[in-house]
Design a binder for this molecule. Sequence first.
Ligand code: GLN
Length: 313
Amino acid sequence: MTAASTSPEQAWTIQRLLEWTKPFLERKGLDEPRLAAEILLANVLGCARLQLYTRFDHQPTDDELASFRGLITRAGEHVPIAYLVGFKEFYSLSFEVTADVLVPRPETELLVERTLDLIAGIEVGAEAGVDILEVGTGSGCIAVAVCKNAPNAKFVATDVSSGALEVARRNAEEHGVSDRIVFVECDRLDLPPEHLVEGGFDVLVSNPPYIAEAEMETLPRTVRDHEPSCALHDGADGLSFYRTFAEQAAGLLKSSGRILLEIAENQGASVEALFEGGKQFKHTDSWRDTVCGHERVMCFEVIPQVSGAGEPV
Ligand code: GLN
């Protein structure tokens, strides 16, 4: 692709650029080459993707062609398109993403929906709000989407990555919910005492790294080579976060507090066994992914512990 030629049939119009780029990206093994080409070209031209179709004969400038060329080279190296344009839509909101955070996935919208349903059913005093702990917030997409849609939601949202927390803070700011999300750098449930909620959180929500380390090799290159590995795998069997939650989360939750978790397609039975085996939680619900049909989100409720005298402690 060189500078626009003077001859009309040779000029790089929007239509020709898209026609050239799709097979280029297809040969590189991208899943949705046409969509990727459109997103990148719209980004370079500063227009909405659908507007490309109303300007098929438009000829981008040499600078725009150079930018586009740079982007499709990176896309051909399997860099996620969301990293190249710097944002990803999730739950009808636009989120900043960088290589420090997992690209928000459509399946995780189910976790947001179920969290919203759950908190709608929790009775709280007018001012109290619903206290939610999110472990592994990444871009902050879950906490921000929930806060945008539930004015009574309040989050403590954690991550081990300071780079991710910077992105999450900007997303919360951008969407006007930073007054209801406290971001904390910590691992799993090692919450500094000042962030614990008296009486316990109402809900713990998490989309933890659930890929087994041994399965990383099977992931698409875009994911495996470019997304942060600490957001994908747990260095073990993919179940270690659930194990930690089953063993330790009850102490952070109210006596009938709930945990909502995203899981991988084949983990439902194992995750249920972990929680039920620990005797601190009961499985209340599971919801299936509309695309793959497997359980994708699971809910567990704390079983109030009974003291020797038969009174809840
Ligand atoms: N759902 C992501 C994927 O399939 C993984 C996210 C996670 O481990 N929580 O790549």
